[in-house]
Design a protein. Structure first.
Length: 400
């Protein structure tokens, strides 16, 4: 019988038939969601002999929600995710400039999903622009609720902008051009430490060797510099038995996890030139956005880059395709469903259904190894068989 997932003593209690809300997504969501669902359902049925299954519950957001309800993000959708704890979603529309704010960001902030988890690894056979993509195996913990993404902005020329510019001049002596839009960048000690705590816990549980704090603290000393300092402080105060900061061990951590830091701009260079020196990365929101997409390009593109938004305290998590809606391809059964499918893999891992997650990864790798791929990979591979989105999903199922 389908049941809700619950949280008991900080641990998810997952029934054999969990009810999981999903958002189909805008644009190509109509293509990639059915493909991802097909593979997930087939894998769970095969691996657990019919003793486990997911009861999917559709909720609305984005264009489909607006067309049906007049609301881009209905309260009922938020309430459902809050009640059922775990969900999954396709890409959602976000206009550039005016219009609605990001629905993805709204969900993260409303549910306080403070970790954006972005694992980045290479799948054999995937076309890559770098020489040694197999050296890329990193997990990014991106702070999800603060920094520039908090949305604390005022528009140029508005009374609010003029008032803020005047306030900053009168109280701090800051001279800001009168035709400026202004954004506020909050970085809290509590928000930083809970993000870094999650990264260190993950590294401990998964046997990872290092955690790198990526920041721009050489310039933004009291926000990003503080993030770095709080990370080392947390390591000493809460993880001294399993981890040690770079300065406290002269770069020789022994059998402990090494906690180190790197400036954001040089990190973007070094993940290209020395990717094997990075393992788990903890960083602020904007840095994490740039870094995760740049890393995705090294292993085949954002089309196969998964992501999850998680609150490890309340148990809430929404897993999502990390790319845009690509509306010009909507309904063409053409695009790669890999990002959403691998986000489903992350969801299965989060539920504790590791065997099913591993089965999907193995079948996906076998399909790519056989050069059965969607157009984005086919155009970059010699001798590839180009298939539709739905056919790619069926090919993966055939290889389970």
């Amino acid at each position: 019988m389908p049941e809700k997932i619950s949280l008991t003593d900080g641990v998810l209690d997952v029934p054999a038939e969990p009810i999981i809300p999903f958002i189909e997504g805008d644009g190509t969501g109509v293509d990639i969601w059915p493909a991802a669902r097909l593979v997930i359902d087939a894998t769970v049925a095969k691996r657990y002999g019919g003793k486990r299954r997911i009861e999917w519950l559709e909720v609305l957001a984005g264009q489909k929600a607006f067309d049906e309800t007049g609301d881009w993000l209905p309260q009922a959708t938020v309430d459902t995710f809050r009640e059922y704890l775990i969900g999954i979603k396709g890409p959602l529309t976000t206009p550039i400039g005016g219009g609605i704010r990001s629905l993805n960001v709204a969900l993260r902030q409303i549910l306080d999903l403070y970790v954006c988890l972005r694992p980045v690894r290479y799948f054999a056979g995937v076309p890559s622009p770098v020489k040694r993509p197999e050296l890329v195996d990193m997990v990014i913990f991106r702070e999800n609720t603060e920094d520039i993404y908090a949305g604390l902005e005022v528009e140029e020329g508005t009374p609010s902008a003029k008032k803020l510019i005047g306030l900053l001049k009168d109280n701090f002596g800051w001279e800001i051009k009168p035709d400026s839009g202004i954004g506020i960048k909050p970085v809290s000690q509590s928000g930083s430490k809970r993000l870094i705590r999650a990264a260190l816990t993950y590294a401990t549980e998964r046997g990872r060797k290092s955690v790198t704090l990526v920041h721009k603290g050489n310039i933004m000393k009291f926000t990003e510099g503080a993030f770095r300092n709080w990370g080392y402080e947390l390591t000493r105060d809460e993880f001294a038995d399993v981890a040690v900061g770079w300065d406290d061990c002269d770069g020789n951590p022994g059998d402990k996890i090494l906690v180190k830091d790197a400036i954001a701009d040089i990190t973007l260079q070094q993940v290209l030139t020395r990717p094997d020196e990075f393992d788990v990365i903890a960083t602020l929101n904007l840095n994490g956005d740039y870094l995760s997409d740049a890393l995705a390009a090294q292993v085949g593109g954002i089309g196969i880059a998964p992501g999850g938004n998680i609150n490890y305290v309340t148990g809430h998590g929404i897993f999502e395709a990390t790319h845009g809606t690509a509306p010009k391809y909507a309904g063409q059964d053409k695009v790669n469903p890999g990002s959403l499918l691998l986000s489903g893999v992350m969801m299965l891992e989060h539920l504790g259904w590791q065997e099913a997650a591993d089965d999907i990864v193995a079948a996906l790798e076998a399909t790519i190894a056989d050069k059965i791929v969607t157009y984005d990979f086919a155009r970059l591979m010699d001798g590839a068989t180009e298939v539709k989105t739905s056919e790619f999903a069926s090919a993966i199922v055939d290889r389970l």
